[in-house]
Ligand binder design. Sequence first.
Ligand code: HXC
Length: 255
Amino acid sequence: MSNIKVSTEDNVGIIQLDRPEAANALSRQVVGEIVEQLEAFDQKDSVRAIIIKGNKKAFAAGADIDEMMDDSPLSLELADPFAVWDRITLINKPIIAAVSGFALGGGFELALHCDLIVASEDAKFGFPEITLGVMPGAGGTQLLTKAIGKAKTLEWIWLGKPRSAQEALEHGAINRVVAPELVEEETMRLAHQVADQAPVAVRLIKEAVNEAVDTPLIEGSKLERKNFYLTFATEDQKEGMQAFTEKRKPSFKGE
Ligand code: HXC
């Protein structure tokens, strides 16, 4: 069964995450489906811009904790489940995230992999991984640092506290904040504006701007993944994820 809904409106391709029962948590299957659809849109001449959206409650509440809680450093190293995210950085067409509700952990990373982010006033952005005894693993440390700088990034990721859309805007992490009922309309308007520009120039501009920010993102992301996988060597990861499923506060021991 598919976990995304795919549609097009004129020359804009739309991917909607569709796992409402799990706050659109990004299981490995969901990420695979998103990446494959992005690549399909990238190949399709009639599509000139792509929107990724969730639902009212959540853009995406992160990687699927139930799926990963029993992983080990070795199982992660061998399967390298987050390597597939690198394929998003290779998409040539503009990608715009429409964020309502929670964009946490891997959900925030998915938004940061997009080129532009439009958010609802009630959206919440953050990296709560530290509260699970782990860290971002799908580009978060790299992409947020490139977007807003080191000091603010460390504060966001070390404290793990979700931030409002307004704060994310003030930090320069996102492009626009609009009333909840206008998110889809505003994102579509922006997508059409970009999609109506000369496609080759749009593509070459994306490549050039990425070149400017990218002191190899893929290299940084590889290091980040190794470190993420290593957090699964700790008791704190087991405690953090167990506490989440038992809906209680974790008790971390530093081992
Ligand atoms: C699995 C999740 C989930 C997740 C929510 N759910 N987030 N399941 N993985 N990341 C499930 C809940 O267990 C619950 O299922 C249902 O979705 C609704 O969530 P609730 O918690 O009941 O809703 P609410 O009280 O409104 O809280 C929403 C929330 C909270 C603030 C988003 O669910 C939350 O804190 N989620 C975890 C966020 C997080 O820690 N993300 C980082 C993950 S680590 P049931 O069955 O009980 O109804 C990560 C690493 C990135 O992303 C690595 C690279 C990809």
